[in-house]
Design a binder for this molecule. Sequence first.
Ligand code: COA
Length: 166
Amino acid sequence: MGSRFLVVHNKDGVDWVRLAEIFEKAPFAKRDPPDIQRAFENSYVSCFAYDDATLVGAARATSDGVYYATVFDVVVAVEYQGMGVGRALMGALLENLPFDKIFLTAPPDKQGFYRRFGFYKHNNAMGRYASPEQAFEYGVLSRWEHVASRYFWWSKPSYEPRPGKK
Ligand SMILES: CC(C)(COP(=O)(O)OP(=O)(O)OC[C@H]1O[C@@H](n2cnc3c(N)ncnc32)[C@H](O)[C@@H]1OP(=O)(O)O)[C@@H](O)C(=O)NCCC(=O)NCCS
């Protein structure tokens, strides 16, 4: 079934202030319009969903254009959520990402959405955050000692010597 929403890649004329509002109210993140604009303009694929002339959602991905892509900032205006906009945005994004490996991060309550598009939990991902303390607290990042002892040292050939071993 087709969507009533129009998804375009054209960044000309995007109302970045409206997009910042969509981000904030989704709720997703509080960001400045010029930073959002720069992030979308620097991305490999950007998608914008419209209901007539009203911007109702956006999504973007970065990529090396050969092997890998990473999806970011899939966001739908709160009053349009649950109406197929996210599905239309993801479809338009993935059509333009013909790569072997596509990555993203999502909180547990959004992972079911991405599961519909073929995404699985990623067991060997790592992240480097400028300020990781809050991410440790929320369980988004695991402290290295914890992961290493549970996964790398005992269940896989080790990349680093075990404590006390040469
Ligand atoms: C997550 C989000 C992008 C989904 O967009 P949406 O337009 O509401 O979703 P759609 O209506 O297109 O739903 C498509 C399908 O995914 C399902 N779905 C939507 N949100 C879901 C969720 N959180 N968990 C599981 N399934 C979900 C829908 O039920 C629908 O399933 P169906 O095809 O079987 O009917 C949107 O809710 C949003 O912007 N949330 C706030 C911002 C955010 O958290 N973004 C994600 C950051 S990782």
